[in-house]
Design a protein around this ligand. Structure first.
Ligand code: SF4
Length: 386
């Protein structure tokens, strides 16, 4: 792969924000993620459905083999959860009028040297290009407005299909079926091209320059392969961890020390996610170094703590039942909702009848978060602001 081809659409949120990440990640091998491979399996089923005019449940029980980023081959059985997720995506795509292109390679090298990628589904209709991205993950909700990956695929479509029609706008869509999340966003061709000229192309130039700068930040560092050994992130974290404490290095009086103000807490909060994520990454990096036989001064690998386990659960159960009553020895538990849906399907009436969704516990979020703020009513607890 050439250096240019490394400026991928999926990594754009990282290299646009931290141009040095391309070079810093370059020599770190992909560890391969089961979740990413599972997503590839779901995309494979979706592609077969859209190309072959089939439905997702035609593949229920089939085994899809995926070669992971680290070269290992993983087998996934198409279960009810995958069937439901893929069907939601293909139903959406099939509902869009126009000419459908599936898993279509698009070229955005006009703005990003060597840039190309594969869009999940593209629909060309009446001056509008619709680009649909299936995201199988359910860990982090992904929004489409301003999403560089979606915008870059849109640009690739403009570049590749402008000879066919006079496209005026693009509808960009992210479907995350396992989070019940379908997010649509429209942008005019002019605005998209303006973004490409003003933001994307200069960012690509920076990333490919001889000495690109490293710019740490929560979003770009979160999944960066270099985060465990990145000096810029380490310095950023050390500085920001203490920046909320204005009196660091100065002698503190009891009055100074009594309590952080809420304004100081507010300064610390945005740093906590990046700090905790970084702490885990540095520990994992040090573990990897020791495991590879390289020295990390003052540290070594030892056997960790473990809990006792039954050697043979069934034999242990029988032996215990000779001394104790069955009610004490054995526990019975209803299977989880997801497991039940795997057996009965996502629309199972039995599951629907016997489940409810309790209100989530209040959680802290920045004011920019898309969810509604709760208002505090001392008599009734929290409620959503209308
Ligand atoms: S960890 Fe963050 S700062 Fe360091 S290279 Fe990756 S994205 Fe850039």
């Amino acid at each position: 792969m050439t250096a240019h081809a490394k400026l991928s659409a999926s990594g754009a949120h990282r290299w646009m924000n931290c141009p040095a990440s391309i070079s810093l990640e370059e020599h770190i091998p992909d560890s391969g993620s089961v979740f990413a491979a599972e997503g590839t399996a779901a995309h494979d089923v979706a592609e077969q459905c859209l190309r072959g005019g089939t439905n997702a449940d035609d593949y229920l029980g089939e085994v899809i083999s995926v070669t992971n980023d680290d070269g290992s081959v993983l087998d996934f059985v198409v279960d009810q959860e995958m069937v439901d997720a893929v069907q939601l995506y293909i139903d959406y795509v099939r509902d869009q009028p126009g000419k459908l292109l599936v898993e279509q390679r698009v070229d955005f090298s006009k703005w990003v040297p060597g840039g190309f990628g594969t869009a999940d589904a593209i629909i060309l209709h009446d001056g509008t290009i619709t680009v649909v991205d299936l995201k199988y993950g359910k860990g982090v909700q992904v929004f489409v407005e301003g999403n560089p990956q979606a915008m870059i695929y849109g640009l690739g479509c403009l570049n590749d299909f402008e000879f066919l029609y006079d496209f005026e706008k693009l509808k960009l869509v992210i479907i995350q079926p396992r989070m019940d999340h379908i997010d649509e966003w429209e942008i005019t061709r002019d605005d998209l091209e303006k973004w490409a000229d003003i933001e994307l192309a200069p960012a690509a130039k920076n990333a490919l320059s001889d000495d690109p700068i490293a710019k740490p930040g929560e979003k770009q560092c979160r999944f960066c392969k270099a985060k465990g050994s990145c000096r810029a992130l380490a310095e950023f974290n050390v500085k920001t961890a203490v920046s909320g404490f204005t009196a660091v290095g100065e002698p503190l009086t009891l009055k100074d020390m009594a309590k952080l103000t809420n304004a100081e807490i507010a300064m610390l909060l945005p740093q906590l996610d990046i700090l905790t994520n970084w702490v885990k990454a540095v520990k994992a990096y040090a573990f990897g170094e020791l495991e590879a036989g390289r020295e990390v001064p003052d540290y070594k690998l030892v056997t960790g703590r473990s809990d006792r386990k039954w050697i043979d659960e069934e034999a242990a159960g029988k032996a215990l039942a000779r001394k104790l009553t069955a009610a004490v020895v054995f526990t019975r538990k209803v299977i989880g909702i997801t497991a039940a849906e795997k057996h009965l399907g996502k629309n199972s009436l039995i599951v629907k009848k016997h489940t409810h969704k309790p209100k989530g516990k209040p959680a802290i979020a920045p004011t920019s978060d898309k969810r509604q703020a709760l208002e505090i009513d001392p008599t009734e607890g929290f409620k959503e602001v209308a």
